[in-house]
Design a protein around this ligand. Structure first.
Ligand SMILES: [Zn+2]
Ligand SMILES: [Zn+2]
Length: 217
């Protein structure tokens, strides 16, 4: 099921490559707009917090994304998440680690026990391992796993994850980075951040491989 081996050809175009992707495919990976809102990583003219984050401040302080969730980044993430292409995790995680700051704790978004059994691995954990720093794998748990977020209309995603997470100890005054593969509405990450803040976390930042941009961006 899992493929770990790098065959010497580009994962995307199958051309010759010295790494997982050839130089051309690497250059074509979709970047995020600059400047961006520091809180949600969407376009913001002067790099200031955007109108949406000012009007309704999210429970996290910052979002760092390696890429925009667009072709062919979506192909890579889909392969990592659903086809067991775990060799993509260190590759994508390295792209992310170049943009991260110091935090006290790193927490991958947990899967529920059922989902973990089904899939056999948690892609967020695999990405977070690539950051080369100690992870907190028992700190945050997922109590239940409703419908997969990707199967729901955007408007229903916040309700679907409400109360889904729990924190196993106090985090008073600590800064926490939450790692996930994709941020779309941010509903899951907002719920995790709310849970961590309720446990006393002082600062929560999202570290994601790819950020979905609104259709007009
Ligand atoms: Zn290529
Ligand atoms: Zn924003």
């Amino acid at each position: 099921m899992f493929s770990f081996l790098f065959s010497g050809s580009c994962f995307l175009c199958r051309g010759a490559a010295g790494e997982l992707l050839c130089a051309d495919c690497l250059a074509e990976l979709p970047r995020l707009p600059v400047p961006a809102c520091p809180r949600c990583a969407l376009t913001s003219p002067r790099g200031e917090p955007c109108g949406r984050c000012l009007a309704e401040p999210p429970p996290f302080e910052a979002t760092v994304a390696a890429l925009a969730y667009d072709f062919p980044a979506d192909v890579l993430i889909h392969a990592l998440k659903f086809r067991g292409e775990l060799a993509l995790a260190p590759f994508l995680g390295n792209m992310l680690s170049q943009k991260t700051e110091h935090v006290d704790l790193i927490v991958p978004v947990p899967l529920s026990r059922e989902r973990l059994r089904e899939r056999g691995y948690n892609q967020a954990v695999e990405i977070a391992r690539a950051l080369g720093r100690p992870l907190e794998l028992e700190l945050c748990t997922r109590q239940r796993h409703g419908t997969a977020q990707t199967e729901l209309p955007l408007a229903e995603r916040h309700r679907n994850v409400r109360g889904a997470f729990a924190c196993t100890r106090r985090l008073d005054g600590q800064s926490v980075a939450v790692v996930d593969d994709v941020m779309t509405t941010g509903a899951t990450l907002a719920e995790v951040a709310t849970t961590l803040k309720a446990a006393g976390a002082a600062r929560v930042v999202n570290w994601v491989i790819a950020r979905t941009l609104p259709p007009h961006a």
